[in-house]
Design a protein around this ligand. Structure first.
Ligand code: NAI
Ligand code: MG
Length: 358
């Protein structure tokens, strides 16, 4: 094994709100089990940044929050969101500053039908649906350029600019091609160059240009509207799907919805150059409707932990965690209510950790 690090990882944890605080400990439990088995070490530094903190202090995180996170190898986040705090406060006060400040320009979400899970689309078996959505995570439609005038008058208007840079397109596309090299060698681009006449043709041009550097990778592209239909009808067609911030956002919720519960879906916000920490978090939110009951599904968090270990180069440990999830789900192990069982968060977490240790 050729590892440049000492195999000691320092992780900043942000459990956040609601079920975030219930599932993060289970993610830690699985990673601790993997660290004992595979001989690396992990230290955890919790940060109490959350909407609850916002209600007390007026800030989601301290002013020098990014500076505090910077020394860590990664951020392991649960979920933020709390009734009474508008969602844009938690997003623009914590998640987006971290994603942008740390140049986490890839949002990576696996879409895989696990053993023991039923697809919400018919006739697919585990193994047939296995792809990644690669979402651009720093520019595109989510820009801060725009404004509003004539508020509360009949002449009111709102303008929001979309920003695509060559650098921003190329780097996320390159990531998708590099990922496809390690898989089935197929990249699909999400576009809308028929209707959106400046940015999307530019996106297509950059996709064609970047793909010329990868002649042995098959490519195709679909307009976002028909692509969502193909996700539902032909999820077996895909290997790596790359999309802009908005299209990628939509696809990366649709994908996990096809293969089961939101409680299982995992994600990474990656800075591929490793100049900054990357951040790993489940796709789900803080689930105020079930928070405090101890019944949240911890698998999204645990799988995000596996992605974090893979990012560190600990592939065997990541594989072991993913296999443990499947052997518990597929082998009649405990299940939380969202996937048809009666188990508590901790029972499922302990079963997976035990399987990792085996
Ligand atoms: P949500 O993901 O929190 O919940 C949607 C539904 O899925 C709920 O019925 C919930 O009980 C269920 N669910 C979610 N995760 C689950 C799990 N692990 N196990 C079992 N069931 C689970 O989304 P919602 O309700 O739209 O948002 C709630 C709060 O979370 C809001 O404040 C929102 O802004 C925030 N949020 C935060 C995110 C983040 O931190 N990245 C992402 C999405 C939402
Ligand atoms: Mg989303």
């Amino acid at each position: 094994m050729n590892k440049t690090t000492s195999r000691k990882y320092r992780i900043a944890t942000i459990p956040g709100d609601g079920i975030g605080k219930e599932v993060v400990p289970e993610g830690i439990r699985a990673i601790e089990a993997a660290s004992r088995r595979f001989g690396f070490s992990v230290s955890w530094q919790p940060f109490d940044w959350s909407c609850e903190t916002y209600l007390k202090t007026g800030r989601m995180m301290p002013e020098d929050g990014l500076g505090q996170l910077r020394p860590y190898d990664a951020v392991f986040l649960g979920a933020v969101g709390y009734p009474g705090v508008p969602d844009h406060v938690s997003l623009w006060g914590l998640l987006i500053p971290i994603r942008r400040g740390f140049q986490q320009y890839v949002n990576l979400r696996p879409v895989r039908l696990l053993k023991g899970m039923e697809a919400s689309v018919k006739n697919f078996e585990p193994g047939q649906i296995d792809f990644y959505v690669v979402r651009e995570n720093t520019e595109g439609e989510y820009s801060e350029i725009g404004g509003r005038i004539n508020r509360n008058t009949p002449d009111e208007l709102a303008i929001q600019e979309t920003v695509f840079t060559r650098r921003g397109c190329d780097r996320v596309m390159r990531y998708a091609f590099e990922l496809a090299k390690t898989r089935k060698r197929h990249v699909t681009s999400a576009t809308k160059s028929n209707g959106i006449i400046y940015t999307m043709p530019f996106w297509d041009e950059r996709f064609a240009a970047v793909s010329r550097d990868y002649p042995d990778i098959r490519t195709d592209q679909f307009h976002i509207d028909i692509l969502t239909a193909h996700f539902v009808r032909h999820p077996d067609w895909f290997d790596v799907v790359v999309g802009s911030n908005l299209f990628g956002d939509i696809l990366s919720d649709l994908g996990p919805a096809i293969v089961g519960s939101i409680g299982i879906a995992a994600s990474g916000n990656l800075n591929p150059e490793r100049e900054f920490p990357s951040m790993f978090e489940p796709v789900h939110g803080s689930a105020p409707d079930i928070a405090g009951k101890g019944i949240a599904n911890p698998i999204g968090q645990i799988w995000s932990g596996a992605m974090m270990l893979r990012h560190f180069g600990e592939s065997e440990a990541a594989d072991a965690i993913e296999r443990a999830i499947e052997s518990v789900l597929g082998g009649g192990g405990p299940r939380t209510p969202d996937i048809g069982g009666k188990a508590k968060t901790q029972e499922l977490g302990e079963a997976i950790a035990a399987e990792v240790s085996r």
